[in-house]
Design a protein around this ligand. Sequence first.
Ligand SMILES: Nc1ncnc2c1ncn2[C@@H]1O[C@H](COP(=O)(O)OP(=O)(O)OP(=O)(O)O)[C@@H](O)[C@H]1O
Ligand SMILES: [Mg+2]
Length: 264
Amino acid sequence: MAESATMIRVAFVGKGGAGKSTIAGTFARLLARRGQPVLALDSDPMPGLPYALGVSVDDQPIPDDVVVPGPEGGPRWVLRPDLDAVAIVDRYAARCPDGVRYLQFGNLWGSAVKLQQAQHAWSQVVAELDRDRWHLVGDLPGGTRQAMFGWARYADSVCVVVEPTVKSLHTAARLLRLSQAKWGPSNLVLVVNKARDRADADRISERLGVRPAAVVPHDPDASQADRRGAAPLDAAPDGAVAHAVDALVDQVASLYSLDEEVAR
Ligand SMILES: Nc1ncnc2c1ncn2[C@@H]1O[C@H](COP(=O)(O)OP(=O)(O)OP(=O)(O)O)[C@@H](O)[C@H]1O
Ligand SMILES: [Mg+2]
């Protein structure tokens, strides 16, 4: 429980295709609709989050020239002296529907050096963000790698998204071990996605030994929206995904000390 924290800091992890971006983007927008400042953080170099946020997916990552070589004995790259995390968000976070701001991990084109620059810029920015200004909603790439290496350490709540497939379950089981990680989040929350019936959710819950905080039904409208590159929340504002994710916002908000209008 993040008793004293007054801003939500949540990240979504899970196997590829489980529905992390769909749920993270919808979560960010529904939280923003409660009158809250929301910064969506995308560390997936193949971003899916902007679709769910309802913005076109022009690649607009943090440019790699925001870093310069670091001091001797220090990190290899550091943010340019004229920039800090606040300036990076102001300049590079895209403006999305419902007022969500969206910050994307750096560009990986070119060379290993550019990758390193992007990684340093990203980790410094997320470490130095103004934590009182934003609720943070993060989306990680599929699998365990980034999560286990602490890329979501900005989050004190981590949602493990699982769909009812054996492979997704296997990944979720590993990700639930994040509770033992050094940087381990205070709250690990299981979210079942694409459930076709109650039995799907019960089976997953039994296999993982964890009760889900939210069950998001399989909704053909969501996959139809995806085929058109539309956000599920725009395609079906009153649909099953929107309702289930709104309930998840309630659940996650209840872990924090938030005003009543946020934690309804
Ligand atoms: N509740 C749902 N009902 C039906 N389809 C869904 C649902 N949630 C997600 N999908 C569909 O599943 C596919 C994968 O979703 P999404 O891109 O959100 O997953 P992801 O975990 O972010 O994937 P990746 O690891 O590739 O980033 C998309 O086609 C999406 O529309
Ligand atoms: Mg995704």
